[in-house]
Design a protein around this ligand. Structure first.
Ligand code: DAH
Length: 346
């Protein structure tokens, strides 16, 4: 008891010297002395050790000490708030404080832009798993086992527990989401599927083992190739501006017939020829076509009644053209010097 009383005198001296210059220090003071784990609480806890005949005196001393601390705290608090109110501690000639803003990843920015454009045409977002089975990634997309077209996409297969198990893989394209949607929805279907895809490629400036695609699918009655062209034309003009030119080249994909790849005039050189467009003035941005009747049949959609178009584009390529990012590795290296350049871009 005696010791505690002596300590209290010392505490008082210490309290007189506590820094109470700003709101932060005042709060620290409150926590240290008046908080639930503060000094007052712990001293009060000593009450149980004080002999019965001294409890009253101890209580009085403690109450007096508590009021002392509280007064000190309240005084400091009101001084700070009134100073803040009249702005005494602000120097209005100083430059404003900078608020650090974060940045969206460039691929997120591009994905959002793409999604937004198609949403305005009535497309809704669909998603599917990154770990897929053979049927959704290949089989249903008209690429049966041993189909040579599987060679176009070097695949990461997951190892099987035993021979009879179904084989799983990392999806090589977002076309697998087409399969998922056709399986669960009836036409009319109008969806876009942004997502990550995986291929067994050696990592370099121009290839990576994962990248991002946006898939589109529209199935209804009397959908024509003209609809496909107009939809993509609208997209390209919204994305890259009114002066952009497009061209379709015949191509081959097992899940579309006819198939076409779409090029846009090179944004980097304006069509004059540079190393991005390999001196042709054109860059390929997507694959597309009319959904193959066999793909529709795989999902019990009658190809005599319904037709549809589909397309798939790589987001990294769009990003390269829009923001001139020429090395695919930059997207996944988390280098702040790269990422910070996109702060404020939405
Ligand atoms: N899945 C193709 C790829 O990854 C891209 C593609 C081509 C998607 C044509 C489509 C399409 O929907 O119709 O290379």
């Amino acid at each position: 008891m005696e010791l505690i009383l002596k300590n209290i005198e010392q505490y008082k001296v210490a309290i007189e010297h506590e820094p109470l210059g700003d709101a932060g220090e005042v709060e620290q003071f409150r926590i240290k002395y008046l908080g639930t784990k503060g000094l007052i609480k712990s001293l009060m806890g000593e009450m149980k050790n004080v002999p019965a005949d001294q409890k009253k005196t101890f209580g009085q001393v403690m109450n007096e000490f508590k009021t002392f601390v509280e007064n000190k705290y309240e005084g400091a608090k009101s001084a700070i708030t009134s100073e803040e109110k009249i702005g005494l501690n602000e120097d209005y000639t100083l430059p404003g404080r900078e608020f650090p803003t974060g940045a969206h990843h460039p691929l997120t920015i591009i994905r959002n832009q793409v999604v937004f454009i198609f949403q305005r045409l009535g497309f809704t977002i669909a998603n599917g798993p990154e770990i897929e089975d053979d049927w959704h990634n290949f089989g249903s997309m008209n690429m049966p086992e041993n189909h040579p077209a599987r060679d176009m996409q070097d695949t990461f297969y997951l190892s099987k527990g035993n021979e009879n198990e179904q084989s799983f893989l990392l999806r090589t394209h977002t076309s697998s989401v087409q399969a998922r949607v056709m399986e669960s929805q009836k036409p009319p279907i109008r969806i876009i599927c942004p997502g990550r895809v995986f291929r067994n490629e050696t990592i370099s400036a121009r290839a990576h083992c994962f990248f991002h695609q946006v898939e589109g699918l529209y199935i209804s009655e009397q959908v024509s190739f003209a609809d496909l062209k107009q939809t993509l034309y609208f997209f390209v003009r919204e994305m890259f501006g009114k002066d952009i030119k497009i061209r379709f080249r015949p191509s081959y994909f097992p899940f579309t017939e006819p198939s076409a790849e779409m090029d846009i005039s090179c944004l980097i050189c304006g069509g004059d020829g540079c190393n991005i467009c390999k001196h042709t003035g054109w860059v390929e941005i997507l694959g597309s076509g009319m959904v193959h009747p066999r793909v529709l049949e795989n999902f019990q959609i009658d190809p005599n009644k319904y037709s549809g178009f589909a397309f798939g584009m790589g987001l990294e390529r769009i990003c390269q053209l829009k923001y001139r990012v020429n090395d695919l590795r930059l997207y996944s290296q988390n280098d702040l010097r790269f990422l910070k350049q996109f702060s404020g871009v939405v």
